[in-house]
Design a binder for this molecule. Structure first.
Ligand SMILES: Nc1ncnc2c1ncn2[C@@H]1O[C@H](COP(=O)(O)OP(=O)(O)OP(=O)(O)O)[C@@H](O)[C@H]1O
Ligand SMILES: Nc1ncnc2c1ncn2[C@@H]1O[C@H](COP(=O)(O)OP(=O)(O)OP(=O)(O)O)[C@@H](O)[C@H]1O
Ligand SMILES: [Mg+2]
Ligand SMILES: [Mg+2]
Lengths: 226, 226
């Protein structure tokens, strides 16, 4: 359902930076995989391109059989909103809104009315252990609580594809385990999930590991299994 | 050198939140300790009060023998700037400046001239593995690279007290190990260091562990050792 072929991402500069140096990756519907590798190796860049939040310098990207490079921006953002839940490494919560309203924005595309959005948002926040923090704004939350609001927002619409960038980096082991269990449940219900993680234990617990170094995939325990 | 007695921190709200519910902690000069506990247990709140970035609702705070509650704001920020290096959980880098200039701001208080500040900043960035990213602005860096810029900024002035809030949360094990080694070196040179961490391995490798739960210290492997 996700296919990258010879993807390169280069940033201009003195010297230019090749964040992705030719990545080929196939993810089948319903897979659950970890993306690992050193800081700066290109993991977030890869996830943004997989999630159509960024376009490659060269190479092709296909999501659900559609060549993403041929879609208009409008078409692309509709596809993305309906199908992809993205947990950002730096959260990107809206500062003026409560945790509940932040999560409710995850359902805006779905045409769900306000009251029902807030009900579902409350349930999603309970699911990540934040039922007692619904009214708090991001500045009134701990680092790990903000991270969990970002997770709840990505998952509330039950997207077909979940892309999570270091979703447990600010969480203790027990709370992080709860998040991994939640992702496992969504995967059991059919979601395709890719998780960037620096946690060896979490990576090893998933069915497939993709390892990056210097903008390339150097190991993929699920490649060529077709 | 750091002493908290019966410190309470309460935030107003419906209901009010007691982030610290009575904390008593003594840290001797030259100690190296880990602060651990679940997400939301009060660790960052504790560190901000230890670092005089926040005042308690009640209780006393002493830094280097001075009762912090009796100091004027001006006096307090001078003490803090000269003596305390703080690594924030959410980094707080300046977006318009390069990594080099961000780190150089860590020496402004010291009366060091611009060229020398930049030289020292470059050395600090090399020390955290970012010698090849000096000119990049935060938006042009990975999550773990930004975290390391925040660390370099806190350490460049070789402060007597280092307070680090989850400094390896966005780093792979190898890069994180380099940061822990760097903190160990500074400690060997006499710095007093407190590290909030969710990493069990890192916590166990330090000489003392302080464990929090629900705004209280529930275990302290270094308490009462006087
Ligand atoms: N806009 C940009 N301009 C120049 N270089 C960039 C830009 N954005 C990212 N980079 C560089 O691309 C490389 C890959 O970045 P990326 O964010 O994908 O790394 P990562 O594997 O997610 O790292 P981390 O584990 O630290 O989050 C980094 O070395 C970074 O400095
Ligand atoms: N301004 C505020 N108003 C109300 N509650 C707050 C405020 N700031 C923090 N809190 C609450 O205080 C509690 C402690 O926060 P703190 O940031 O110290 O936790 P923490 O142990 O650092 O957590 P984490 O591991 O997630 O970073 C949290 O439950 C948080 O929701
Ligand atoms: Mg990243
Ligand atoms: Mg915290």
């Amino acid at each position: 359902v996700l296919e990258l072929r010879d993807v390169v991402k280069r940033y201009p500069g003195e010297p230019p930076v090749e964040a992705l140096a030719g990545v080929t990756l196939t993810v089948r519907a319903g897979e659950l995989l970890a993306i690992v590798g050193p800081s700066g190796s290109g993991k977030s860049t890869l996830l943004h391109i997989v999630g159509t939040l960024d376009r490659p310098t060269s190479g092709t990207v296909q999501i659900a059989g559609e060549d993403v490079g041929r879609l208009s921006d409008g078409h692309l953002s509709a596809l993305r909103a309906r199908r992809i839940g993205f947990v950002f490494q730096q959260f990107f919560l809206l500062d003026g809104m409560s945790a509940l309203d932040n999560v409710a924005t995850g359902l805006l595309y779905a045409g769900v009315p306000g009251r029902e959005r807030r009900r579902q948002a409350g349930a999603a926040l309970e699911r990540v252990g934040l039922g007692h923090r619904l009214g708090h704004r991001p500045a009134q939350l701990s680092g790990g609580e903000r991270q969990r609001v970002a997770i709840a927002r990505a998952l509330v619409g039950r997207p077909a594809i979940v892309l999570a960038d270091e979703p447990t980096g600010n969480l203790d082991t027990a709370t992080g385990g709860g998040i991994v269990a939640l992702l496992g449940e969504l995967n059991a219900e059919g979601a395709t999930i890719a998780v960037i993680t620096h946690d060896h234990g979490i990576a090893a617990s998933l069915p497939r590991q993709v390892e990056m170094r210097d903008g390339r995939i150097v190991r993929d325990t699920g490649a060529g299994a077709l």
